[in-house]
Design a protein around this ligand. Sequence first.
Ligand SMILES: *Cc1c(COP(=O)(O)O)cnc(C)c1O
Length: 394
Amino acid sequence: MGTQWPRLNLAAGPVEVMPRTLRDAARPVLYHYDPAFLEVFARTSDLLKRVYRTEHDVVIMQGEAILGLEAAAACLISPGDKVLNLVSGVFGKWFQDFIERYGGETVELAVPYDEAIDPDEVRRSLSANPGVKFLSVVHSETPSGTHNPVREIGIVAREFGVLTLVDTVSGLGGELLSPEEWGMDVAVAGPQKCLGGTPGLSLLAVSPAAWAAMEARRPGPLRGSFLSILDWKHAWLEQGRFPYTPSVTEIYALESALEHAIETGMETFAARHQAIARACQVGVRALGLELWPAREEIAASCVTAVKTPPGLDEAELRRLMRHRYGVAISPGYGQLMGKLFRLGHMGPAQVHPTTLAAQLAILERALNDVGHPVPFGAGVGAAMAELDGWDDAA
Ligand SMILES: *Cc1c(COP(=O)(O)O)cnc(C)c1O
């Protein structure tokens, strides 16, 4: 017999997918130029615009969100361009590799990985570094369970005429955003986080200024490449053609997940993520555990990162949760491995009091099992008290 599957996948993504989306993904695979598929693709793009709350063009790239992030760097950055890279976690630091691979020069503004970027520091940094052309920032740093004030950072970037490139892979759906209001020139999201879709696509929103910058790239616009966002503009947006065969089944799943978000309403969708995240934070603290984020205001709505208490074997804790009780949570990632563990609450299949209660109850059970006694029910009770006012029908 193979390894038993978990009862609850509460990892930091990919997350559990709603039965409805799984059913929709199982529709027959169509030829991509079948009129019915063209209709599905157009409808999915339209739904994505509504989920992003934008009039900017949206592009669905056919690969996991890292593709969209690298594509943004590849299409925008000309050799010698200065890019202000804001680093508050693992993904922020990672982006430097993309900047430099495409010939950019990195100006780094970094804070400790339990902190968030201060927009005033961004202003100081842009004043001190004339000639910065782009700014890159991670909206929701999933590995540290923190989020950055992208809206305020976007305002500063505009003051300096700097284009922004925003990794909102785990932010879209968890917070009510709009590329126009937040000053996002290229936004990149993924279906497999707060939207509760399947992994395998990059969801981009591209401002007119970002398109112009892509056309102006030196030595020439990036075309005829899997990394080319412009290929999608010229083929799909301008002629209703595909640059290559899209991932038909993933598009079905995306359409379904986006449709659910729109039916829920983006305000409610994001508010639910925030309410569950807050309740989870309260529950964790009621167990005498500390949050990883230095301040409550910067805690993300995608995951709750919990500092590993001294003496606790967090790998064993996760192992017991997963193998004894069927609840999969996530470890720290990269340099955060061992320092924290992450309780997941992304996507409509998980953003619910029932799932949160189960997750915290099993956490309590497993903490006791590993010799870190906590009172049974203390975390669950505090979290449920915090959810006063929750209503599925609202
Ligand atoms: C999930 C995620 C990505 C995509 O990375 P993978 O490790 O390939 O899933 C990028 N940025 C952020 C902030 C993410 O949460």
